[in-house]
Design a protein around this ligand. Structure first.
Ligand SMILES: Cc1ncc(C[n+]2csc(CCOP(=O)(O)OP(=O)(O)O)c2C)c(N)n1
Ligand SMILES: [Mg+2]
Length: 619
């Protein structure tokens, strides 16, 4: 057997360079490189391996959590056909990646995490940053990655890589199992040499297949659809990841079944398709809510049915409603006691298309959907209409950016009040034009993720829309964007606090307590003083961004025009109204105090009890 004597760190890099994916006959390298921050736990091992392999590009980032967000956004834009490895030192560098790992796993997006770990030899323990356990010496902070990873391993001997790396690849490239994969790397083991078999480093092609549905189950599904009068499709992220949007359009045009879209599924149909009911669930449109409420059959395609999608299980009010779930993941396919159609969305819809050749819902049902689509679009016009009030309304900012962005451009967002507004309002024409991380809704995702999206799609303009709270949580990757000459446009909406949680707080009777960025008031002892003097423009400028300060919609439009001409990351700041938001048309369950001294809470509890009456078990 031919062998190659390499350190564990060198072997990892060499292996990663040789992993390819094949999908629909197209072959590409799987890894785009490695992101991260060095420390004593990684610098001599994987760090040295990276230095020896400059063709495996290393990107230095500012925060390990941000590395994972960059990687996640990249994988999302690549429809999971590409990924990054993220390295960290031991201790805080490693645990910084845990939030990112959870975000990737929840969103079913592949990221490979390589945190450094404590010495396997143990003699020098406790090493700097080691969490000691009196219970076991076989514990480090990296055990915290277990619940947020789809595959987890610790490489205690160099040769363990030989069996671990292929498992990591199996999970990363599995459409049903993918998410964060963690290989914890003890710092001494990383630098140890081993005679690895040459075959470990051969070019390996991971075929991403399109599993076909069971023919019996699919026939039952087709019969259920043909027997239904008011079917509704809920299009989730799986429609987009499996590139099923074209066949979905054809199926919808053949059958007349209307479509409602989740956060990850928005863009499955163009916004102006007459069968597109728009956003579904808690942040859904009135039309989508009306249709899901009356539906006798829900066909979920590639959705994990989060509480936002089901409006906390109040979205489906027809007592005879049934579910068919087309999903590549068995786990998701069984949700809501559905008929589980375990399959790739695209091939499954192709087969359904043939089986449904004689099926069409009633003409007035089709017309009602088309009317709901038009009516909602007229309402969007109203939300987008410039009111002239100052500070401007968030919906007007969304409108200005939406109208300026080109058809192939991308809006990117994750947390705050923007996701709900974008879900409802944003007119999406391209399946990759709407990038919302709303599985984990991670504050801090946006500025970092913009970089990953741009690396994946250099020809698209990336419009990162971010609230002041999110921006303050993690803006440091602007430095990374400048370092890499990566241009994204960040629109920073400053409403001086947490508008979203403020509104939520109000709705549960808590009067926006603790949600505004204010000085502490000496007299009351509360955070009710003057607004804090944060200068966002100066902050962004200090990190190297080109900055434009807008005050009203006219100056925002000019700023967008100017930003488009820039070659470097550009931040547009604008102050927005804290309170005036877009209304919601469905319920989302957030528990309210059952007993309280305060009247507003008591009132909110009554309304909570009332709303909960609509909640169903879908058995
Ligand atoms: C890491 C993290 N912490 C807390 C939350 C809860 N949370 C969701 S949105 C939000 C406020 C976001 O503020 P901002 O970006 O200013 O947006 P706005 O609410 O004002 O629209 C908070 C605290 C979260 N999603 N993520
Ligand atoms: Mg805010």
């Amino acid at each position: 057997m031919k062998t190659n004597r390499l350190t564990t760190g060198q072997a990892i890099v060499r292996f990663l360079k040789n992993q390819y994916v094949e999908h629909d006959g197209v072959e590409d390298p799987f890894f785009a490189g490695c992101l991260g921050i060095f420390g004593h736990g990684i610098v001599a091992g994987v760090g040295e391996g990276l230095m020896e392999n400059p063709d495996f590009r290393f990107y230095m980032t500012r925060n390990e959590q941000a590395s994972v967000h960059i990687a996640t956004a990249y994988a999302k834009m690549k429809n999971r056909l590409g990924a990054f490895a993220c390295i960290s030192s031991i201790g805080p560098g490693a645990t910084n990646m845990i939030t990112g790992a959870a975000c990737a796993t929840i969103n079913r997006l592949p990221v490979l995490l390589l945190p450094g770990d404590i010495f396997a030899t143990r003699n020098v323990a406790p090493v700097l940053q080691q969490l000691e356990s009196p219970f076991s010496q076989d514990i480090s902070v990296n055990d915290c990655f277990k619940p947020v990873s789809k595959y987890w391993d610790r490489i205690n001997r160099p040769e363990q890589l030989i069996t671990s790396l292929p498992e990591a690849m199996r999970v990363l490239t599995s459409p049903s199992d993918t998410g964060a994969v963690t290989l914890a790397l003890p710092q001494d083991v990383q630098a140890e040499a081993f005679a690895y078999p040459e075959d470990l480093f051969r070019r390996r092609i991971w075929r991403i297949t399109r599993p076909r549905p069971d023919s019996g189950i699919l026939k039952t599904a087709a019969d259920l659809i043909m027997a239904s009068k008011k079917p509704v499709i809920i299009a989730g992220g799986g429609v987009i990841y499996s590139q099923a949007t074209e066949i979905l359009t054809r199926l919808v045009e053949r059958t007349g079944i209307p479509v409602a879209e989740t956060f990850a599924g928005k863009g499955s149909l163009p916004y102006n398709h007459p069968s597109n009911l728009g956003a579904v669930g808690a942040t859904g449109t009135p039309g989508a809510n009306e249709f899901t409420s009356g539906a006798d059959l829900i066909i979920g395609i590639g959705t994990r049915y989060s509480d936002f999608t089901t409006a906390s299980k109040t979205a489906f009010q027809n007592p005879v409603v049934k579910f068919i779930n087309i999903n590549v993941s068995e786990f998701d396919s069984y949700k809501q006691s559905a008929l589980p159609v375990i399959a790739d969305a695209r091939v499954c819809l192709e087969e359904l298309y043939d089986l449904l050749s004689d099926f069409r819902v009633a003409e007035d049902y089709i017309q009602r959907a088309a009317k709901a689509n038009r009516k909602w679009d007229e309402l969007v016009d109203e939300f987008y209409r410039v009111s002239g009030s100052l500070p401007v309304l968030q919906a007007e900012v969304v409108g200005a950016v939406n109208e300026f962005a080109g058809p192939g451009d991308v809006v990117l967002c994750a947390a705050g009040s923007l996701p709900g507004d974008l879900h409802k309002l944003w007119r999406t024409t391209d399946p990759k034009g709407f990038h919302l991380e709303y599985g984990y809704s991670t504050m801090g995702y946006e500025c970092a993720a913009g970089i990953g999206a741009k690396i994946a799609c250099p020809d698209r303009e990336i419009y990162v829309m971010v609230g002041d709270g999110n921006y303050l949580m993690m803006n440091s990757e602007i430095v990374t964007a400048i370092q890499e000459k990566i241009k994204v446009t960040i629109i920073l909406l400053n409403n001086n606090g947490f508008g979203s949680i403020g509104a939520l707080s109000q709705s549960i009777g808590s009067q926006r307590f603790g949600t505004k960025y204010r000085y502490r008031d000496e007299k009351t002892g509360l955070l009710t003083g003057d607004t804090l003097p944060v200068d966002f423009a100066q902050n962004a400028r200090s990190l190297g961004a080109y900055v434009i300060e807008a005050t009203d919609i006219k100056s925002l439009k000019n700023a967008l025009y100017e930003a488009k001409k820039q070659a470097i990351t550009t931040v547009i700041t604008i102050e927005t109204d804290f309170c005036k938001g877009v209304p919601g048309y469905a319920w989302w369950e957030v528990a309210v105090a059952e007993v309280a001294e305060i009247d507003s809470v008591k009132k909110a509890y009554q309304s909570y009890v009332e709303s909960k009456k609509k909640q169903r078990y879908l058995l």
